[in-house]
Design a protein around this ligand. Sequence first.
Ligand code: ZN
Length: 44
Amino acid sequence: MVEETQRDDMTWYRCEKCGLMFDSEEDATQHEGACDAEDPSYLQ
Ligand SMILES: [Zn+2]
């Protein structure tokens, strides 16, 4: 899931897998779909 964060009067979207931040929810969602970082919760 992409995590929404408020910072400097802007909304950022963070990849929960690797922590990368994006200023666009679309970019973040797209990245997360292709993210190779390990996500322990995925296995549950
Ligand atoms: Zn990522």
